[in-house]
Design a protein around this ligand. Structure first.
Ligand code: SF4
Ligand code: SF4
Length: 266
């Protein structure tokens, strides 16, 4: 097909089924100049080759990433969204083993050699969160990819988060849930290595603890009461079947062991 030079619309009278009606006819004029077509084709080819050559001489301009070889140094743009996760305000503070040990010995007034035994069992303060279970994110999600399960708090006798269920398999990473959250409790991260062989494993429980938000726990002075305010929640656990039993046409599947949260693996 030749190159379209211009498009003109003319109105004409047509007789159709005995009736005269006005129709708009779009006329497409094609250039008969084959030399011009060949010239444009060669010009486009040369432009592409010139771009390739500039990358050859200036490798710093190359934007292609050598993934997965560069996994350790890979930096994605801030705007990239690959994973929804909870924000854990204490997570960074307790990331290293030494910091975690110091924190636990200080909080519990225990000898370090005793406290170091506990670290394998996880320091729960690391997973304190900001979620109130208000369900604003669930309401904002256009794909129904979020399900908020709440419970009646035993200590504060108020609604608090039980499980934050996120379905990666239906999420379109629009960020609406993050923007809707009034408590800045969730965020989108650049983690994108989510591939699994079974899509039933793309259902996550994002919170690692059930219970009230961080400031309400930390305001409580009694350590024993604080401990009663929270309960661990496994990533692949919950009252709704996260092994796929709730998904149509898919039988349940045996789940892998939950990740070792003591190393901070998400
Ligand atoms: S990113 Fe969009 S689609 Fe995904 S869970 Fe949030 S609101 Fe729903
Ligand atoms: S993540 Fe935010 S919007 Fe969603 S339930 Fe928790 S506090 Fe509410």
């Amino acid at each position: 097909m030749g190159m379209i030079r211009s498009i003109e619309t003319v109105t004409a009278q047509r007789v159709i089924a005995g009736k005269t009606i006005s129709v708009s006819v779009v006329q497409r004029k094609q250039t008969p100049n084959k030399l011009s077509i060949a010239f444009n084709a060669v010009l486009g080819l040369l432009k592409g080759m010139w771009l390739t050559l500039t990358y050859f001489w200036s490798p710093e301009k190359v934007v292609t990433r050598m993934y997965p070889e560069n996994r350790d140094t890979l930096q994605l743009t801030e705007r990239f969204r690959g994973n929804l996760r909870f924000k854990f305000p204490n997570e960074t503070a307790h990331k290293s083993h030494a910091a975690l040990l110091e924190h636990i010995t200080h909080e519990t007034q225990t000898l370090p050699e005793v406290a170091s035994e506990w670290i394998r069992d996880e320091d729960p303060t690391r997973w304190y969160h900001n979620c109130t279970g208000c369900s604003k994110c669930e309401e904002a999600c256009p794909n129904a990819s979020i399900r908020i399960l709440t419970r009646q708090g035993e200590i504060l006798e108020d609604r608090e988060i039980d499980r934050f269920v996120w379905r990666l398999d239906s999420c379109m990473f629009c960020n609406a849930c993050v923007l809707a959250c009034p408590w800045d409790a969730i965020e989108m991260t650049g983690g994108f290595e989510n591939a699994v062989y079974d899509r039933r494993l793309l259902v996550y429980c994002l919170n690692k603890l059930a219970g009230p938000r961080i400031n309400l726990i930390q305001d409580e002075q009694d350590a024993a009461v604080r401990a009663r305010m929270i309960d661990p929640r496994e990533r692949f656990g919950g009252p709704i079947p996260m092994n796929g039993a709730g998904l149509p046409n898919l039988p349940p599947v045996a789940l892998p062991a939950p990740p070792d949260v003591s190393t901070g693996a998400a």
